[in-house]
Design a protein around this ligand. Sequence first.
Ligand code: CMP
Length: 484
Amino acid sequence: MSRPRFTNKVVLFLAASAAALLAIYLFWSFQSAIKELLEGRMGANPSPSAGTIISVVKLFLIGIAGYLFVRALNFLFFGLAFRLKRLDAPTLIRNIFTIVAFTILFLIAFTFLFPDVNLGALFTTSAIFGVILGLALQDTLGNFFAGISLQADRPFQVGDVIVVGAERHTGVVEEISWRAIKIRTFANHVVLIANSNAAREPIEVCPRDNLNARLVFFNTLYTDSPAKTIHVVREAVREADNVSTKVSPIVRIRNLGDNGVDYEVKYWLEDYAKYNDTDALVRQRIWYAFRRAGLNFAYPTRTLFVDRQHAAAQRDGGAIGAIAERLSAVDIFAPLSVEETGMLAQAAVRHVFAPGEMVIRAGDPGSSMFVVHNGRVRVQVNENGRPRTVATLNEGDFFGEMALFTGEPRTANVVAVEETEVLEIGHAAMKHVFDTNPDLVESLSFIIAERRHGLEAQADAAAPTNGSSAGLLSAIKRFFGLSQ
Ligand code: CMP
């Protein structure tokens, strides 16, 4: 694209130079003939004289040639020499060079052609000239000086995306000239913002070499888990084109909205100028990821409570079946009959914890134990004021039995590693199980003794350090009022 345009420019320039030189040559060759012709037509004492008119035309022609010469100089100096050194001269500096060089050439030509005219006096004494110049150049000078301050400050550069003023003109900076900032909008329009206006307006700059971020919004139904949503969306966005790999996208809840849970995803772009396409791609990736993960976008909803007791009972029955299945897979409950496991499942309460949430806090009193239904937890003790993990428990593992069976405070913190669903079983339900299965107490006392042993190694652990499994057994029996 740029090559042919460049060649066209050069050809045009050479043609204009040839024409100017030819005009000068012809005018100079025929100046006496033209002068005679003028004098013949203008009468005895014309004002201005034929000589003055000839000089003005000469000045005009020299002006054109001078302008072309300065352009050529400009090109050679900035276009070639700067490029060779891999420097890019700002347009404003090129313009200033052109204006100064042209003015110098013009003044030289003027004094040469009109040696009698005192230029200094002409400029300084002419009040009218000053007023006219002042009025005419008011805006131009404003732009010019604003342009100089823009070049000095360099708040943005060619290639940066900027958002200017109350109208929020947004686009990629293409040029900063002595008059205006030229930006190309995302609709491929060119917007020119006069430098003096830009100097007054707030400008938001998104530098090209900066990691600029974007926010994209979406929502889910209240029934969709936040931890799962955040994970799914983060992974989906991370792999989209033009999303920077340097910083991981952030997905977070903005609001618990009327229709669902409102989220935002913040991601960083390699090339900020393509943010429209990237936003669209991110939304598309979220849609597909939702499809695969079984997540749902929320749309305007209204919650209706319909009395469907039968359906509810069936649903709960299904849930209790799943809980009973989970409990029957827990090794300490293996000796229980199907009915007993079913009763325990009825008594169990489900809780969901977000990643990082504390299920149990060391030192708290506790009268229930937990089974990990889904997810994973970490058992942590404080060592020199810092948490130290002593065990990680997965689906089907249990915890919280120590405080429940001994009546002592919780011995450790238990923290959800990922989104975790636990089943809480209280004192009354366990007592019922012990009454019918006295052997269970014994196997539990072994496990508790073993876990205590694990805790003994930790410095600040809240666990008491004594207690064999035999001692524990009688302590548990005493606590639950069972026969020794
Ligand atoms: P409790 O003391 O009620 O509360 C903290 C729980 O962490 C504790 O019961 C045990 O269930 C669990 N726990 C403590 N130490 C260990 C360990 N070494 N291994 C596995 N679980 C443990």
